[in-house]
Design a protein around this ligand. Structure first.
Ligand SMILES: C[C@H](OP(=O)(O)OC[C@@H](O)[C@@H](O)[C@@H](O)Cn1c2nc(=O)[nH]c(=O)c-2cc2ccc(O)cc21)C(=O)N[C@@H](CCC(=O)N[C@@H](CCC(=O)O)C(=O)O)C(=O)O
Length: 144
């Protein structure tokens, strides 16, 4: 059941423009960052209940995805992190395919496994982790 609500564009122009181009073209355009594939995550705002759309690196394995709340190694989590904690039902669009997923934060061995997959796509995640004391959260999305 797709998420319903009013879309609230991100104040981050870079991310908003890519999210809107990706969605407008059914994932045919705006689908990479420095040549690496991205996905579009739609989450429900933890405070506003509005639909938030966030482009993130595409980390996929056997139909599940991981999203990494890195925000470039900033000292705080990206705000969308709080949406996934509060509302662990999201939509993820990969190319033209958009599906519903349940979300869970992973830790320990499972996180290490997904972290390896994530850095295989986007090696910069390792560098981001050296820039901050916070453990960068990794969420795994399982199709509903
Ligand atoms: C600017 C801020 O964005 P953010 O949610 O912190 O997310 C920051 C970034 O992670 C986001 O811009 C990502 O898209 C950046 N980004 C990646 N960011 C990552 O963290 N990881 C990635 O792998 C990643 C890849 C990527 C690829 C392409 C691209 O264009 C951007 C990419 C934002 O949208 N703030 C809103 C609030 C958004 C929100 O969700 N509000 C909640 C409240 C949440 C709460 O505070 O409880 C609500 O509506 O209720 C505002 O200030 O009004």
């Amino acid at each position: 059941m797709p998420l319903t609500g009013e879309y609230e564009p991100s104040p981050s122009r870079w991310s908003r423009d890519q999210a809107e181009l990706f969605e407008r073209t059914g994932g045919a355009e705006g689908n990479t960052l420095r040549g690496k594939p991205i996905i579009l995550l739609t989450s429900l705002g933890a405070k506003t209940g509005k639909l938030r759309k966030t482009p993130l690196m595409r980390v996929e394995h056997n139909g599940e995805y991981a999203v990494v709340a890195s925000q470039g190694g900033a000292p705080t989590h990206p705000v969308w992190y709080h949406n996934l904690v509060a509302n662990p039902l999201v939509e993820l669009q990969d190319g033209p395919v958009r599906k519903d997923y349940t979300v869970r934060a992973v830790s320990g061995e499972e996180r290490a496994e997904w972290w390896k997959r994530a850095t295989a796509v986007w090696p910069d995640y390792d560098e981001y982790q050296t820039k901050t004391d916070r453990t960068i959260p990794v969420f795994v999305l399982t199709p509903v």
